[in-house]
Design a protein. Structure first.
Length: 565
């Protein structure tokens, strides 16, 4: 049997304005999830779609939403909110809004969309909602707040409800909001749930919001390259740092990379560690405002940084990322930090990282779902990518048989996770170059690096500019604040000397060495007999070159009365 013919965008009976926008985006053909889900949604069916991260799920539900609104606007006489798109994170809400803006480029007047997930003033957002945009993108809590305030009404006219990253809705604490929010919706509407995994939370949400849905569980062939590297040390960081810095300094890992760790503090520890080797990176900190996080992502996407260090949101809720034994974890809970992260932020998912070549798991994820979402940051669409995971002895229990059967089963029986082969004995010298820089990044250095970032955010905050104008002494005190200590950068670490390189990467040519070995040795020269004068002169020169033997002390005269010189 021959292969089935792929359904193209222009064969889906879409509006010409959508087809033109798709062509301008240079989408030559739909992905597997788009080819399968768009026709079902155009027929008006409820759909639960599961496909790997980066497979094109956002366009798979936004194109039918725009198509439905264009059709309803032709038959309706009044303006109203037709579609509500919910996402658990502000970053993903911004990404969805951006995709809708691209797809409505040719029909921006007919289809209007606003994002109310940001920390804006309720009154300002109320004015935007009073114009009744066709599409509203929001987090569940923000949408429910506006519904309770009667800033928007969905009971009569809502046609479509979309919940993206549905498996995160309940873990992010939105279960009560979702159940209450559904009471503000009409009895009949079309619903879509999209996620990379089908967890128990997704199945519970399916029972609440969907009616006789079509479930799509699609597996793409473009999984990328997945490798694991076992480290032998019990220490969660010291040995990993040596294994980790070698591929970066030897250019074995090329292109833009996302490095995942478990806690925000470890993000800064790794950033300060890389700085000592002249490797620039930026940090995604979920405890800072959304604007700061979006700026970090934008700088990474624009190529200002080739490396971004991020933490797994699920692990942030547990001491030391959930890897400690129960006894140690209870001790850590008593000393737990009072810092709170933004509940509506997401790092391992929901953010559109562009042109990512590598995902590096410096800390191994806690479960298979976290691994899937981390790995989904690379090999997006039809692009290629690789995932490299460092696994210490303490983390080996995380790779339990259930994990192996779930993800290592691979595609068509092929094993996905391969062992990363690296001859560490050839770069043994890196052990000493990596041990001291890792020790140099202490808890105090990490804390002061975070304080420095907060201080910079205070100086750049537009909302505080008016306050500083009225209180210049506070601004002066903030600027005069003591300089924060930074980890001492050793310039020699930026350069990798020849003797540390593996033999395959050294610049010296073996042919030249062979010729030098075959060349005849020079004839030995007769030593001249040194006389008494030359021997004395040689002894004097040796004394001059020896700082301890050539040290001269001048006479010191003391005044008897005072003892001063």
């Amino acid at each position: 049997m021959g292969e089935e013919k792929k359904v193209m965008f222009h064969e889906m009976e879409l509006d010409d304005r959508i087809i033109k926008a798709v062509a301008q985006l240079a989408w030559s053909e739909p992905t597997l999830i788009q080819e399968t889900a768009i026709p079902l949604l155009l027929e008006g069916k409820d759909v639960l779609m599961r496909a790997r991260t980066g497979s094109g799920k956002t366009a798979a539900f936004t194109i039918p939403v725009i198509q439905k609104i264009l059709h309803l606007n032709n038959t309706s006489e009044h303006q109203c909110i037709r579609a509500l798109i919910l996402s658990p994170s502000k970053e993903l809400c911004g990404q969805i809004t951006s995709v809708i803006a691209d797809l409505t480029l040719k029909c921006a007047r007919e289809v209007r969309c606003i994002d109310i997930s940001a920390n804006g003033d309720m009154q300002t957002q109320k004015a935007l909602l009073s114009d009744k945009p066709d599409i509203v993108v929001a987090t569940p809590s923000k949408a429910l707040a506006h519904l309770k305030a009667n800033n928007m009404r969905l009971k009569d006219d809502l046609a479509m409800l979309v919940v993206d990253e549905a498996d995160l809705v309940f873990p992010f604490g939105y279960e009560d909001e979702i159940k209450e929010l559904l009471g503000h919706l009409p009895k009949i509407y079309q619903a879509v749930l999209a996620s990379a995994t089908l967890s128990d939370d997704v199945l519970s949400l399916k029972k609440i919001g969907l009616r006789n849905p079509v479930t799509l569980k699609l597996e793409d062939q473009s999984w990328g390259h997945h490798h694991s590297y076992n480290t032998s040390s019990y220490s969660p960081g010291r040995c990993k740092s040596r294994h980790f810095v070698c591929p970066l300094k030897l250019n074995l890992v090329r292109g833009k990379s996302i490095i995942f760790v478990r806690t925000v503090d470890r993000c800064y520890k790794l950033k300060l560690y890389l700085e000592q080797f002249k490797i620039g990176s930026c940090v995604l900190n979920s405890e800072l405002p959304a604007a700061v996080r979006c700026l970090s992502v934008d700088q990474f996407n624009r190529g200002r940084y080739q490396i971004i260090v991020a933490s797994d949101e699920k692990a942030l809720e547990k001491p030391d990322g959930g890897i400690l034994p129960i006894e140690e974890r209870q001790k850590k809970k008593k000393q737990a930090s009072k810092r709170k992260r933004d509940k509506e932020s997401g790092v391992s998912r929901g953010i559109d990282f562009q042109h990512v070549s590598n995902v590096i798991n410096f800390d191994f994820p806690l479960d298979v779902n976290s691994y899937v979402h981390r790995a989904g940051r690379t090999a997006r669409g039809n692009n290629s990518g690789s995932v490299l995971s460092f696994v210490s002895i303490r983390e080996k229990p995380l790779m339990d048989p259930g994990w192996r059967t779930t993800y290592q089963g691979g595609v068509n029986g092929q094993k996905v996770l391969q062992k990363y082969e690296f001859a560490l004995e050839e770069v043994e010298g890196f052990r000493y170059r990596s041990r001291d820089p890792w020790r140099a990044v202490t808890r105090i250095a990490v804390r002061e690096a975070r304080l420095k970032e907060i201080k910079q955010e205070l100086l750049n905050c537009k909302k505080l500019q008016g306050y500083f104008e009225e209180n210049p002494t506070d601004l002066a005190a903030l600027r005069r604040d003591k300089a924060l200590h930074t980890v001492r950068v050793q310039p020699q670490l930026a350069h990798v000397p020849e003797y540390l390189l593996p033999h395959a990467l050294r610049t010296e040519e073996p042919e030249a060495d062979a010729e030098a070995a075959e060349a005849p040795a020079p004839a030995p020269q007769k030593k001249r007999r040194q006389g008494f004068g030359s021997a004395k002169r040689h002894k004097y020169q040796a004394r001059q070159n020896n700082p301890l033997r050539s040290f001269n002390v001048k006479s010191v005269n003391k005044t008897p009365a005072t003892g001063d010189t």
